[in-house]
Design a protein around this ligand. Structure first.
Ligand code: GLN
Length: 254
């Protein structure tokens, strides 16, 4: 089976190593003998959402978000239909914010979002930065993975505070860091096969269980095998657990 991923606006939405997420998905697919194709699509370029398995939207600054929003709006109906049809989407920070109703800047200007998801973002006076550990609350995660990790680790740097409508679920609860808004302990969101998160770093190399869940959802939707061949994740697990241990032991000392 071939997995087709589109990196939308790679020239505008790619902060703090976000592209590493694509490299991780590609490597984990190829190690299992699966074909993997990456399409880079930017402003004005054509894209067929229905032919895709995974869409990747990275992070971007307020400036970059306002440059691309008009172009993205032109694609909203097609993207919405693909999402309803189960397209797997990984959206990080600025990309995650863009899927919602609006992003209100510190000056009070509202950049309209795609309005696909019931969430909205309001920029605060200070930035929420630092390492994050999240206790994941996603059922498919344990089924998908060949390891037993149940946390998500990464690094956040955003001024936007994101709030979820009552129908949307977060990815889990923040054990350390700020997450969506620094108030309700929620981090990220999930709707169907769409995942949003504030975690950069990039996210997937240190969270192989999350990467495999995305691959598995994409394969399942494409009619491919449900189970992924287990990989030797000792290095990835060590990286993940080292971050968790360091952060949580520091937290205890404070
Ligand atoms: N505009 C966003 C914010 O600062 C995006 C930041 C990001 O993608 N890292 O909240």
């Amino acid at each position: 089976m071939k997995i087709k991923l589109c990196h939308l606006y790679p020239d505008l939405l790619d902060l703090y190593g976000d592209r590493g997420n694509i490299l991780t998905l590609e490597a984990r697919a190829r190690w299992r003998g699966l074909d993997f194709e990456v399409q880079n699509v930017s402003l004005g370029e054509r894209i067929d959402f229905h032919s895709l398995d995974i869409l990747f939207l990275g992070g971007g600054s307020d400036r970059e978000q306002s440059i691309l929003v008009a172009d993205l709006m032109g694609r909203v109906e097609e993207l919405k239909a693909a999402i309803e049809d189960g397209l797997v989407v990984l959206s990080i920070c600025g990309g995650y914010q863009l899927l919602g109703q609006y992003y209100q800047t510190t000056e009070g200007r509202r950049i309209p979002g795609l309005g696909i998801l019931d969430l909205w973002t309001v920029a605060g006076a200070n930035r929420l930065t630092g390492n994050v550990v999240v206790n994941l609350e996603i059922e498919e995660l344990t089924e998908a993975s060949s390891n037993t990790l149940s946390t998500l680790v990464g690094f956040e740097n955003h001024s936007g505070r994101t709030y979820l409508g009552s129908e949307l679920k977060s990815l889990g609860k923040v054990i350390h860091g700020h997450g969506n808004n620094g108030e309700d302990q929620g981090e990220g969101m999930r709707y169907k096969n769409v995942f949003g998160t504030y975690l950069h770093g990039p996210l997937l190399p240190k969270n192989p269980h999350f990467a495999d869940m995305l691959l598995r959802l994409a394969m399942e939707r494409g009619g491919g095998a449900k189970n992924l061949v287990p990989l030797d994740d000792r290095l990835e697990i060590l990286a993940h657990e080292t971050v968790v241990d360091r952060i949580l032991s520091k937290q205890k000392k404070v």
